[in-house]
Design a protein around this ligand. Structure first.
Ligand SMILES: Cc1cc2nc3c(=O)[nH]c(=O)nc-3n(C[C@H](O)[C@H](O)[C@H](O)COP(=O)(O)O)c2cc1C
Length: 211
């Protein structure tokens, strides 16, 4: 997936989730970087707390950038910058953005609530991007719910230096998600899904006979 994104002109990111290991990271970056292709690495903060050796492995693979996200400790930053690698972190609030920029992170990703998942994103992507751009002077990418060229154009017009996209790529053939998940993503609409009615496990007494 990361190799395909880079081949198409983006910067493909290699991630390792909670089950990440140095072996997995090495295998993935070897594939992403085939033929000298550029790639980045995105690690969750809890993964490097549990396996600090992931940072060493990441540095050795010479990514274009290293992102560590979903924590508030940016001690890793100095070492990574010294190795000549661009440092990135995803932030969910303006305060967090200021702290990350103050700690020397080179590029911030303003990750709005549309991104869901990790962390506690509570503010929508566009208002968060606006607030972060007002308070920091480093380049800011926008993330969360960007799935189309129009979405990309919107965040660029709002002042982002680029977009950081996840879910949309899960619908690509290179993604490892099962075919039915890919079909559901492609068929998804912006209309709200009606709530499912719970399947009754036993017959409820009707109103007249209830005590
Ligand atoms: C399938 C999937 C896996 C992800 N894995 C990682 C990861 O390993 N490391 C990371 O920093 N972010 C990871 N993310 C989060 C993205 O970096 C990003 O915050 C998010 O995808 C942006 O919102 P979007 O999915 O609406 O585009 C992942 C996202 C998805 C959808």
């Amino acid at each position: 997936m990361a190799a395909a994104v880079s081949a198409a002109g983006g910067l493909g990111m290699v991630g390792v989730g909670s089950t990440g290991s140095v072996e997995l990271l090495e295998r993935e970056v070897a594939e992403a970087g085939t033929g000298g292709r550029r790639f980045g690495i995105g690690l969750p903060d809890w993964a490097i707390s549990r396996h600090p050796e992931l940072v060493d492995a990441a540095l050795q693979s010479s990514p274009m950038l290293l992102a560590v996200s979903f924590g508030d400790d940016w001690k890793w930053t100095e070492r990574v910058r010294r190795a000549g690698i661009v440092t990135v972190t995803q932030v969910a609030t303006v305060d967090e953005a200021e702290r990350a920029a103050g700690a020397g992170v080179d590029v911030l990703v303003a990750r709005g609530a549309e991104g869901r998942g990790h962390g506690t994103p509570a503010v929508g992507t566009l208002p968060l991007l606006d607030g972060v751009l007002d308070r920091v002077s480093v380049p800011v990418l926008a993330a969360g719910g960007i799935t189309t060229a129009r979405g990309l154009a919107a965040v660029l017009a709002a002042g982002a230096s680029g977009a950081w996209i996840g879910t949309a790529f899960a619908a690509c053939t290179e993604s490892l998600v099962p075919a039915e998940v890919r079909r559901a993503l492609i068929g998804a609409s912006v209309d709200p899904v009606p709530p499912c009615s719970p399947t009754p496990t036993r017959r409820m007494p009707d109103r007249e006979s209830a005590p």
